[in-house]
Design a protein around this ligand. Structure first.
Ligand SMILES: Cc1cc2nc3c(=O)[nH]c(=O)nc-3n(C[C@H](O)[C@H](O)[C@H](O)COP(=O)(O)OP(=O)(O)OC[C@H]3O[C@@H](n4cnc5c(N)ncnc54)[C@H](O)[C@@H]3O)c2cc1C
Length: 453
């Protein structure tokens, strides 16, 4: 690729990047690599704060899932990424990091991590990239507004009042999650002021608070593996628009769902002092958050999803025959983690001292029902600030998927979590930030006068 710089005659022909996170660092580096004069503005006193805590500080960079599956992880908006991914996807990303000395390894669920298990290495590589290409990085520089005239963007204003002129501006200020890292929703406000539509924000990948708080406290710390968690709308009238029956029916477990299902997942979850968390809870949290807008939501835990009601009943009968003197707590001990036994015995309504030989059919059926559907009412998800990802954001209809250019404001480009894009855990979100950042960097450089032949 031959690059010519056509921007020398005007010293304002500069690309300004707002936000030194995953998207902004790559966008700034790429625009500068192509020959643009780039200023990267970061409001915190160091860049990449969020990157440093990703993947429990190991940074799950991307995923080895095939493209189609990759896009599916973003839900219906995933197709928007096709343009960016066809220019810069996983192979290009891993090739880029390899050039900066970062070897990677694949883990469970196709997750890709740096071989060093150290997110700081990823930030260091991105810092080397921008430094190698002469990006002017300005820290503690919070952008308060993006300026424009009739022809398009003209620059940005910092909260100090300083105006920085620029021909193109890349908005990569992140979402509203983990505001202490610097991503505190500024990006949405900046875009909105320019007329962009910001779709309602929701917390995604977040634990859920349940109404039965005393149960949560009693079960706190219990981790459940191989269970099926199902969220459902309590009132039929409140069936949410976004109802997803995620892998419903693949496992066994539900013969008769109690109400319209919002989402159902099999896997691992845990109890916290306020409710439920763990992988499958986080994955369905956004759907639950959206459904709560429409009406009450309950979650039901099938603790024995591999068995049908009938099979579980038969198993109980077999066990009762082998140990007829066993009392209820001892029976439950065979079926549940120790910490759940006493409370579950209480919830069952079966007398504590009842021995297996004295169990009535009704007692057995009650126990089966409880084990197949331990149900709680969801009070709320934790707030967006505590969510791993902000769902919702700048409406994709107003952005060109091939370039990340705003369709409303010439010279404005948008990349990363500020967009209405979010995915499951697994490295998808970072890949989207890197890919949209890269593409925005290229397109903004071109707009600023760099001729790429
Ligand atoms: C705890 C946690 C773990 C995660 N782990 C993973 C993971 O392992 N894999 C994965 O794929 N995703 C993970 N994510 C999600 C991922 O981190 C984000 O989707 C990604 O960082 C978004 O990149 P971004 O560049 O758009 O935004 P950010 O990385 O949030 O960067 C935005 C930057 O803009 C700056 N900024 C904001 N406003 C202004 C302003 N007005 N002026 C100047 N600068 C501004 C911020 O300070 C920040 O540095 C995780 C998220 C969290 C919270």
């Amino acid at each position: 690729m031959k690059i010519k710089d056509d921007s020398s005659q005007l010293n304002t022909q500069r690309v300004i990047v707002i936000g030194g996170g995953a998207a902004g660092l790559l966008a700034a580096g790429r625009a500068a690599e192509l020959g643009a004069s780039v200023t990267l503005l970061e409001r915190m006193d160091e860049p990449g704060n969020k990157l440093l805590i990703t993947g429990k500080s190991r940074c799950n960079l991307t995923n080895i899932a095939p493209l189609k599956e990759f896009l599916t992880a973003f839900g219906p908006n995933g197709k928007f990424l096709y343009g960016a991914f066809s220019r810069f996807f996983r192979d290009e990303l891993l090739g880029f990091f390899l050039r900066y000395g970062i070897e990677t390894k694949n883990e469970r669920g196709g997750r890709v991590f740096p071989a060093s298990d150290n997110a700081a290495d990823v930030v260091a590589a991105l810092m080397s990239y921008i430094k190698d290409h002469g990006v002017d990085l300005r820290l503690s520089s919070r952008v308060a507004g993006i300026e424009r005239d009739d022809r398009g963007v003209t620059g940005v204003i910092l909260d100090s009042g300083e105006f920085i002129p620029g021909t193109a501006v890349i908005l990569a200020a992140g979402g509203s999650s983990y505001p202490a890292t610097g991503s505190a929703g500024d990006g949405f406000r900046l875009a909105e002021k320019l007329g962009h539509k910001v779709n309602t924000l929701y917390p995604a990948l977040v634990p859920l608070v349940i109404k039965e708080i005393s149960y949560a406290i009693a079960f706190q710390g219990v981790s459940l593996k191989n269970v099926r968690l199902t969220a459902y709308a309590v009132n039929k009238a409140s069936i949410p628009e976004m109802t997803i029956e995620h892998d419903y029916g693949r496992g066994t477990g539900w013969e008769k769902p109690p109400a319209p299902i919002i989402e159902s997942r099999f896997g691992e979850m845990l109890f916290t002092h306020f409710g439920i968390g763990g992988p499958i809870t986080l994955l369905m949290s956004q759907a639950v958050a959206r459904a709560l807008d429409a009406g009450p939501v309950s979650v039901s835990i099938n603790l024995k999803p591999a068995l049908t009601n009938k099979e579980l009943d038969a198993r109980l009968l077999r066990e009762f025959a082998v140990s007829p003197k066993r009392q209820l707590p001892a029976i439950l001990r065979e079926l549940l983690p120790e910490k759940m036994v006493d409370l579950m015995a209480g919830i069952s309504g079966i007398p504590m001292g009842r021995t297996a030989s004295n169990f009535t059919t009704e007692d057995r059926h009650r126990l089966v029902k409880l084990l197949k559907g331990l149900t709680f009412d969801v009070k709320t998800p934790l707030p967006i600030g505590a969510a791993m990802v902000t769902a919702g954001g700048i409406d994709l209809k107003e952005i060109d998927p091939r370039t990340m250019a705003s369709k409303l404001v010439p010279g404005l480009y948008l990349a990363g979590e500020v967009l209405d894009l979010d995915a499951d855990t697994g490295g998808y979100n970072l890949q989207a930030a890197f890919s949209t950042g890269w593409v925005a960097g290229e397109a903004a450089a071109k707009f600023a006068g760099i001729i790429i032949e």
